[in-house]
Design a protein around this ligand. Structure first.
Ligand code: TXA
Ligand code: MG
Length: 321
């Protein structure tokens, strides 16, 4: 089967409706799409990713009108969040309807739903007119792809059609919010912050934390490059770098402006605002991963909540590498 990278949204929609899998762009990362109402197609998505079948998928829809097919008893605070942040990098975990198959939810009684904010994704979803499952278009446990070429490298014959939408501008996966009674719970941090969720709902927000098993199959180590990765505060990183420079081939990611003494071929100067940092994060880690380094050193990011999603991915990358 030949791989086709295409701008043809109509063809992509036809393929999804016919039960094929199609990689598609969103503003966060590329997703691996299949018709959520077709369990065989959804199974092919799990298989293409080598993903455990109890690890549930996000259903993407093009408009709020479709949400009631998948979710019921939606809390008012979820409606406020949908109103405020959709389309956008926010996923809501809601009570599922009978229409949602266990293949999608891994047998849970909840379903994760999102309206992505990307013109190509919205056009695709509106042409399909159905829910489309969309896990990130990478092998299970690896870095999510933010460029069409990253998707193409990730798969062989498992994926034959990639809809091109250019580079993803958010760069890390959506914030996932669940609900415990009246309280929103951050199940996965992202670029929509806990503070923004709290402000939009008027409620304090619970944080599930790195070790809280969100769902069966949600592993603390995830989003990992192949090269070992360590996160260190700037001072410690500089000391470690000097001590290990002779023995090891090191890659370094530091927030700009970086200290002059570390100027080096393998030093990547990362933006010091969270949004730009997130846009480049996976692309940066992928390029370092290709350099046959012994170790990637990443400067710890600031403690403000706008960095929570980035800190979470870096911590998981360090654990998983
Ligand atoms: O930005 C994103 O969310 C991207 C783009 C493509 O939309 N998608 C994505 O999907 O990151 P995936 O499958 O890589 O991550 C989905 C996460 C998983 O960690 C899964 O555990 C969680 O969503 N999830 C899905 N359904 C859930 C549910 N019913 N309850 C709790 N967590 C759920
Ligand atoms: Mg993923």
């Amino acid at each position: 089967m030949d791989l086709r990278i295409s701008d043809d949204v109509v063809l992509a929609a036809e393929k999804l409706i016919a039960g094929h899998i199609v990689a598609f762009p969103t503003e966060t990362v590329y997703g691996l799409g299949a018709d959520a109402s077709n369990p065989d197609a959804v199974r092919r998505v799990y298989d293409a990713k080598n993903r455990p079948h109890d690890h549930p998928l996000i259903v993407h829809v093009g408009s709020v009108d479709l949400v009631s097919q998948f979710a019921m008893n939606i809390p008012d605070i979820a409606l406020s969040l949908a109103e405020k942040f959709w389309p956008g990098p926010l996923t809501l975990v809601l009570q599922k309807t009978d229409k949602v198959s266990d293949t999608v939810t891994g047998g849970q009684d909840t379903v994760a739903i999102r309206i992505p904010n990307h013109p190509v994704a919205l056009s695709l979803l509106n042409k399909v007119g159905r829910g489309v499952v969309g896990p990130s278009a990478n092998k299970f446990g690896r870095l999510s792809p933010t460029r069409v070429q990253d998707v193409a490298k990730e798969f062989n014959e498992e994926v034959s059609f990639i809809l091109n939408g250019g580079p993803c501008h958010v760069g890390i996966e959506s914030t996932i919010i669940g609900f415990e009674g009246d309280a929103p719970v951050v199940l996965r941090p992202g670029m929509i912050t806990a503070d923004q969720v709290s402000l939009a709902t008027g409620r304090p927000v619970k944080l599930a934390g790195l070790d809280a098993p969100r769902v069966p199959g949600a592993l603390p180590a995830h989003y990992a490059p192949r090269t070992k990765l360590m996160v260190l505060p700037r001072d410690e990183l500089v000391v470690f770098y000097r001590d290990n420079l002779k023995q090891k081939k090191l890659g370094v990611v530091m927030l700009s402006p970086e200290p002059i003494e570390l100027m080096d071929d393998n030093l990547i100067s990362a933006p010091n605002d969270a949004a730009s940092y997130a846009t480049l994060l996976y692309k940066t880690l992928r390029s370092l991963d290709l350099m046959r380094l012994d170790l990637i050193l990443v400067e710890a990011v600031p403690s403000e909540s706008e960095w929570d999603g980035i800190r979470d991915r870096l911590t998981r990358a360090a654990r998983g590498s």
